[in-house]
Design a protein around this ligand. Structure first.
Ligand code: 13P
Length: 248
């Protein structure tokens, strides 16, 4: 099978007003014909307009979805609604959702199933806390999250796995190259044990990725792209990361 396309995904989290759509327009102008796939996950309020702004160059994703398609769930958004608004992707299991909304692996797997049924590509996040790393539990934690959060219906086409160490998110700290390589090797091994196309799943690194460290991270084995927070908010920073990925 052909090597899967590399992926640069930006997670805007709870940032961005309508004025920020110009960043997506600029990305779309700058990266027409990009080898790497580009996805921006803006707040839900901007998804429909962002899909227009991104056109065929920048795909748009949600940051979460409900496990059900519709119903009495005030404040929640379903996978078919994301799709209807113009999204093609959705992040599930981000550590901020796991922590702030007490999401469990089982809940995340259910969301991923709903997303796949709606035709969305899931970006399923895993990552250890600093205490877990200090306690030598990193690989066990990651293996457990992967086993519990990735549903049986996952394929290399409909799922991307993002390794985001919780202690590296928004802190400016990144793991060593060896630490990233060790976790990504585990992800690859477990996916290959479980899925016939496990070799083709794209594995993203996330946590304080910026223009100055992107090339080094993209050179590592089993790193197929990045899930970027803060540095995805400005077109210039994210463009530099996309350029590094295209050169890797
Ligand atoms: P930062 O790139 O801001 O560290 O955020 C990473 C992240 O959580 C992306 O989902």
């Amino acid at each position: 099978m052909a090597a899967p396309r590399k992926l640069a995904a930006g997670n805007w989290k709870m940032n961005g007003m309508r004025g920020a759509l110009s960043e997506i327009e600029a990305l779309a102008r700058a990266h027409n014909g990009s080898r790497a796939e580009i996805v921006i996950c803006p707040p839900a309020t901007l998804i429909a307009a962002a899909a227009q702004a991104g056109g065929s160059v920048v795909a748009i994703g949600g940051q979460d979805c409900h496990r059900l398609d519709s119903g009495a769930h005030t404040g929640d958004i379903s996978a078919p609604q994301l799709r209807d608004a113009g999204a093609s992707h959705v992040i599930v299991g981000h550590s901020e959702r796991r922590t702030n909304h007490a999401e469990t692996d089982a809940m995340i797997a259910d969301k991923a199933i709903a997303a796949h049924e709606a035709g969305l590509v899931t970006i399923i996040c895993v990552g250890e806390t600093e205490a877990e790393r200090d306690g030598g539990e990193t690989l066990d934690v990651i293996a457990g999250q992967l086993a519990g959060s990735v549903p049986e219906c996952a394929t290399a086409e409909n799922s991307v796995i993002a390794y985001e160490p919780v202690w590296a998110i928004g802190t400016g700290r990144t793991p060593t190259n060896d630490q990233i390589t060790e976790v990504h090797a585990l992800l690859r091994e477990r996916l290959m044990q479980r899925f016939a196309d496990g070799e083709d799943f794209r594995l993203l690194y996330g946590g304080s990725v910026k223009p100055s460290n992107a090339s080094e991270i993209f050179a590592l084995a089993n790193v197929d792209g990045a899930l970027v927070g803060g540095a995805s908010l400005k077109e210039s920073d994210f463009s530099a990361i996309i350029a590094a990925l295209n050169e890797s």
